[in-house]
Ligand binder design. Sequence first.
Ligand SMILES: [Ca+2]
Length: 136
Amino acid sequence: MEVKILLALVFCCCVWLANGCVKTNACGDNSDCKNKRRRRFSDNHDNRPKGSVGKIGTHYSIKLQDHDPCDFNTYDNDLDGVIAKEEVQDILGINAETDALFADLDIMTEDSVIKLDEFYALAPLIITECYASDRK
Ligand SMILES: [Ca+2]
């Protein structure tokens, strides 16, 4: 009987500790990682790139002030490693050219996000400003 109570107590402690660890590793309410993401977003909010895109035939011309239109990180504002359509629209506006650019960059996987490999494979082919870019 005493052994069962002791085991139950140990089990409860393990569950309690495990829950604590999960909360620490995932972005919990007080964890730093969530704050860092929010901080980057708000830091960038005033300094977010703003530009425009024009379509010339099958190619695009992107005009951005003080930001590199050929840099993946220019577009990946939330740092999740992929570019969502909303992230491109935040910078280039919501219009037909932005939609077409996003669709052409997403042509390899068509998964509604642009991954790093996709971006650097396609940007030098379809974005005029990136023709000379030899980034990998
Ligand atoms: Ca992103």
